[in-house]
Design a protein around this ligand. Structure first.
Ligand code: HEC
Ligand code: HEC
Ligand code: HEC
Ligand code: HEC
Ligand code: HEC
Length: 346
């Protein structure tokens, strides 16, 4: 009897020990044919998938602006980063190369995470001891700025960051992920946001800059304006090709509903390679642009405003032709207001 009870106890202990210390539940099997599309990630990573699918990364092939400028990718140079091969195949930090399949998915899960079989296969992650169907492997390159740089240094964003104080190790250090992939804070939602907010998100743009306008006390018609880039980890606005930001002003309209009346004061932009006579006027990280405004109407109350443009030019809605900036009096129809400051009469 005692012998049997001992045997039973030993068995029970073994079973319990196996439960606690043995391998966890078996991972779901790898789908037949391997991982070949981002849809396959949806069931197990629903939050990431949902965020990514509304991000610009998911639009990069179908984006109408990109299609217009690349002539629907007849300019094949544009395929490289807008439908890239998996970065772990081309090499993290190396410039992206064009891929032939699943182009409509743009910059998808596989472009960033899939590891080729020669390097062990599975998906690149940064956590230890994960046992899952997608076979996560630790690849710390995923968390480096060079990873984003494979596509984002075309227009110098990574170089601008490297020259900023955000790149200095210490308490002020912030990398691309800290600002563009913030840690999720919702209950039970660990990991980093895949929304990748950028210029399309006006709240993020607002967090980049401050606008100040003040009347000089000794010269009542002179208004001193400052635009400070305190929140972007690179130049404001980054990306030479598509973005511009403009400072406008107007005498405070008596009828606030009245149309127009804005006057262009200054353009903040990095000219694209075809724009030869335009100077680079970007505000580097941590820098402040100082402007002076003095005109006949600046003796009374004045409004100063900063606008952000996703496409560089203000176009005539009828002809589509770019309007000279001095003829633009209605920036709000084509650009988004970042900040507006009221300067009262002296
Ligand atoms: C080396 C990588 C790379 C290549 C090559 C490339 N792009 Fe891009 N493109 C990007 C990145 C990264 C962004 C987004 C970041 C930014 O705005 O700086 C972008 C953004 C854009 C945007 C802005 C989209 C929007 O909705 O705001 C347009 C338009 C665009 N690209 C057109 C093109 C065209 C046209 C070509 C070919 C002549 C091209 N790109 C080639 C990387 C690339
Ligand atoms: C059958 C379920 C399943 C599928 C399908 C799946 N995964 Fe996973 N994956 C998991 C689980 C479970 C983990 C580990 C826990 C976690 O991070 O959620 C994981 C972890 C990861 C990690 C590592 C996270 C880290 O913190 O290091 C990455 C990256 C990843 N998956 C990417 C993908 C991608 C990309 C796809 C689609 C091509 C995919 N997974 C498909 C279940 C799945
Ligand atoms: C532009 C590149 C890029 C794309 C596209 C992308 N990821 Fe990520 N992903 C990252 C980076 C970078 C991290 C963060 C690594 C770190 O800091 O730990 C990450 C983290 C993750 C993690 C870890 C857990 C979390 O939520 O942070 C999972 C899982 C994951 N990605 C799955 C996916 C899936 C699924 C898709 C497609 C729906 C996808 N990723 C698309 C770059 C990307
Ligand atoms: C494989 C190429 C590639 C990689 C790697 C990549 N991106 Fe992008 N990213 C793009 C392209 C292309 C776009 C523009 C898509 C469009 O608007 O058509 C873009 C757009 C963006 C935007 C702009 C969103 C907006 O509102 O205009 C942000 C922010 C961004 N990426 C951040 C990152 C960060 C941070 C990383 C690194 C973790 C990263 N990307 C890695 C190709 C890439
Ligand atoms: C300290 C926070 C911070 C850091 C660090 C940072 N960014 Fe940004 N980023 C911003 C803000 C704020 C904006 C919006 C204003 C602007 O365009 O400059 C922005 C805009 C962008 C855009 C959108 C440009 C567009 O055309 O829509 C891209 C792409 C981008 N960042 C990529 C990166 C990459 C890549 C890195 C890492 C090398 C990085 N950022 C580091 C805060 C940051």
């Amino acid at each position: 009897m005692r012998y049997l009870a001992g045997l039973f106890l030993a068995l029970l202990t073994a079973v319990l020990l196996w439960k606690v210390l043995g391998p966890g539940p078996k991972p779901d099997p790898v789908p037949e044919g391997g991982f070949v599309s981002s849809q396959q990630c949806m069931d197990c990573h629903p939050k990431v998938y949902e965020e990514w699918s509304v991000s610009q990364h998911a639009q990069s092939w179908i984006n109408p602006e990109v299609n217009a400028l690349s002539n629907h990718f007849a300019n094949t140079d544009c395929i490289d980063c807008h439908a890239p091969q998996d970065l772990f195949s081309t090499g993290v930090g190396k410039r992206a190369l064009p891929r032939a399949d699943r182009r409509a998915a743009g910059v998808d899960c596989l472009s960033c995470h899939r590891i080729p079989e020669e390097q062990g296969g599975g998906m690149a992650g940064t956590n230890t001891n994960l046992n899952a169907a997608c076979r996560p492997q630790i690849r710390t390159e995923l968390a480096r700025v060079e990873f984003c740089g494979s596509c984002h240094n075309q227009h110098n964003t990574v170089d601008q960051w490297s020259a900023s104080s955000f790149a200095i190790p210490g308490p002020g250090f912030k990398d691309c992920r800290d600002c563009h992939m913030p840690l999720r804070t919702g209950p039970g939602e660990s990991g980093r946001s895949h929304l990748f907010h950028g210029g399309h998100n006006i709240e993020l743009v607002r967090s980049a800059v401050a606008l100040r306008a003040e009347r000089a006390s000794n010269e009542p018609t002179r208004i001193a304006i400052e635009v400070e880039n305190h929140g972007a980890g690179h130049a404001y606005p980054t990306d030479e090709r598509s973005r511009a930001s403009d400072v406008f002003w107007r005498p405070t309209p008596e009828d606030p509903e009245a149309e127009g009346g804005w006057r262009h004061l200054y353009r903040i932009r990095d000219p694209y390679r075809s724009e030869v006579d335009i100077p680079r006027t970007l505000i580097d990280a941590g820098e402040t642009l100082e402007l002076d405004l003095e005109a006949e109407e600046t003796g009374g109350p004045v409004q100063v405003a900063l606008f952000y443009k996703l496409t560089p030019y203000y176009r005539d809605p009828a002809t589509g032709i770019a309007r000279p900036l001095e003829e633009v009096h209605d920036p709000e129809t084509d650009a988004r207001l970042v900040w507006r400051v009221e300067v009262p009469a002296p």
